[in-house]
Design a protein. Structure first.
Length: 188
């Protein structure tokens, strides 16, 4: 592939993930990724700050989908219901076409404590953003924090199931199931 081929960022991300699964993250260099994608190392660094960043591409857009869906809920929507709407609002990001990528990404992240930490940081940031959005809508800070953290716990639970090898249900179905289980626990 020549350097003039379109979607260098996408090719770099695909090449990186392939190499991480084949060789491991630590054994893969930026030069390896760039060569596999048919671009220069300089092109890699135009798109990513380091080789770990490839696994977290799209995080900003991902968070924006959650926040936009939460903002679209009617005023007065209970906090947990608003967070449930936020979870469903990100469904386009987690399309069926994305599941194979997410499964492979999950394998790489599970093998590295530093990547797990970064993933947890990303989830904590998303929870902070949801809590702030709920507070801005008039929810008291404690309820906003609890609803946001509960929503992220449900998301993480559903996502782990969604990327399981034999799982075929959508992420939204799994999130709804997780929310129902949470509500049942709260009622018991």
């Amino acid at each position: 592939m020549g350097r003039w081929e379109p979607d260098a960022r996408g090719r770099l991300a695909a090449a990186a993930l392939d190499l991480y699964v084949e060789r491991g993250l630590d054994e893969t260099t930026v030069a390896d990724i760039a060569a596999r994608a048919g671009v220069t190392e300089r092109t890699f660094f135009r798109h990513f700050t380091d080789k770990r960043e490839v696994l977290f591409v799209g995080s900003d857009g991902f968070e924006e989908l959650f926040l936009d869906a939460l903002a679209a809920t009617p005023p007065g929507t209970p906090p947990l219901e608003a967070v449930a709407a936020a979870l469903e609002g990100a469904q386009d990001f987690f399309s069926e076409e994305r599941r194979p990528w997410s499964r492979r990404r999950g394998i790489v992240i599970a093998a590295h404590a530093s990547l797990q930490e970064r993933e947890l940081h990303k989830m904590a940031h998303l929870s902070d953003s949801l809590a702030a959005a709920l507070t801005a809508r008039g929810t008291d800070a404690a309820s906003a924090r609890l609803a946001a953290d509960a929503g992220i716990a449900v998301f993480r639970f559903a996502f782990a199931r969604w990327i399981a090898p034999d799982e075929t249900r959508t992420l939204v179905e799994l999130e709804r199931e997780g929310l129902a289980a949470l509500r049942a626990l709260a009622a018991s």
